[in-house]
Design a protein around this ligand. Structure first.
Ligand SMILES: [Zn+2]
Ligand SMILES: [Zn+2]
Length: 361
């Protein structure tokens, strides 16, 4: 029989479909074609805009870690941040902004009609924000599972540095750091990269998450995420790794197979508060988990996403940040689109046990 499970942090239900379930070892893809495909590529590709040596193909860099004395937009970097050429949001939206102000002033002209006018129903905002690309490595064929510890530490230090820089802009309400790896995860560019978007609005799913977490904090007086971590530790079956500072687990109400959450063990509302030592440790943990997935699931496409509170709430105790890794092993279908609920054909207790077998320390 299937089981409905509720995510304690969102109150969203997930269907764990035990009858349609696949065993953890049935999720690997056509490994012969895929695994090691990158190794056939060289370290450099002449037409890749992200490769070291091709800096002139990309917009002017916003930030970088590079050898002392080398100029921006030249070789010598190991992490480089550039504006997204096809930005979802940008700061150069003045025209857009003026157009919006125009609509607003028309709206204030009361007409006496009972029905709201279209401009009142269909609300818009100018697309003000930033959309940055972090080039994770100068080497075309290197992916995170095969980074040196140093390289992945520097990448996570850059995430922290960009967050701390962007949060100072009062136009931004929310910053999201994420990575799409592979065509099923939404990217066609092979060269390893991540993205950072600073947005002027707070996404609805986050608002729901916030209101649930706030409600729990007001009612119970504790952080729901801290309580969830304690419950995961007591149960133990879904934990795949634990260090002094972090816990890694497949959540009780996982929405898709091998969904993995990494959370600080001690209460921390926002990633922005993390120390440099801890962010380096986090980078190495993420690399280990991704290497485990590479081995266990034949180099799956995946997304990872930082879940943070809005910038204004980064010291509020109701929230507790996480980094979530979602391998793209299944597709969303009609039921998911129609209801927003997920059907998970894997059992988190089984996938966690399976993954533990692939983590080497
Ligand atoms: Zn490249
Ligand atoms: Zn907490």
């Amino acid at each position: 029989m299937s089981e409905l499970r509720q995510d304690p942090t969102t109150r969203e239900w997930v269907i764990i479909a035990t009858e349609r379930r696949r065993r953890p070892n049935e999720f690997g893809g056509d490994s012969a074609n895929k695994k090691n495909a990158l190794e056939k590529l060289g370290e450099y590709s002449a037409d890749c805009p992200f490769c070291s040596g091709n800096e002139h193909f990309s917009p002017h860099e916003v930030d970088s870690f590079r050898t002392y004395g080398t100029a921006p937009n030249s070789k010598g970097w190991w992490i480089r941040v550039i504006p997204n050429k096809f930005a979802a949001l940008s700061l150069n939206s003045e025209e857009n902004l003026n157009a919006y102000e125009g609509i607003k002033s028309v709206n204030t002209d009361f007409t006496g009609y009972f029905f709201p006018r279209a401009t009142e129903v269909f609300r818009t905002k100018p697309g003000i924000g930033t959309h940055e690309v972090v080039i994770d490595t100068p080497r075309h064929n290197e992916t995170i599972p095969f980074f040196s510890d140093k390289q992945v530490q520097e990448l996570f230090l850059m995430y922290r540095q960009r967050y701390l820089s962007l949060r100072n802009n009062s136009k931004f309400k929310y910053i999201i750091i994420f990575k799409n790896s592979g065509a099923n995860a939404g990217t066609s560019i092979i060269h390893s990269h991540s993205q950072i978007i600073a947005a002027p609005v707070i996404p609805l799913s986050l608002r729901n998450n916030i209101s649930q977490a706030r409600f729990y904090y007001d009612e119970v007086g504790r952080c729901i995420f801290c309580d969830m971590i304690q419950a995961e530790i007591v149960d133990g079956r879904r934990i795949i790794m634990q260090t002094d500072d972090f816990i890694v687990f497949h959540p009780f109400a996982s929405t898709s197979p091998f969904e993995t959450w990494i959370m600080p063990l001690s209460h921390e509302p926002c990633f922005s508060n993390i120390s440099m030592d801890k962010v380096k440790a986090l980078g190495v943990i993420v690399k280990k988990i991704l290497k485990g997935m590479y081995d266990a699931l034949d180099d799956p496409d995946y997304n990872f996403v930082f879940n943070n509170p809005p910038i204004a709430d980064e010291k509020e105790d109701y929230y507790h940040w996480s980094l979530r890794i979602i391998p793209r092993l299944t597709m969303k279908a009609g039921f998911e689109i129609g209801t927003g609920m997920s059907i998970n054909t894997a059992i988190p207790e089984e996938t966690a046990e399976f993954m533990r077998g692939f983590l080497k320390f």
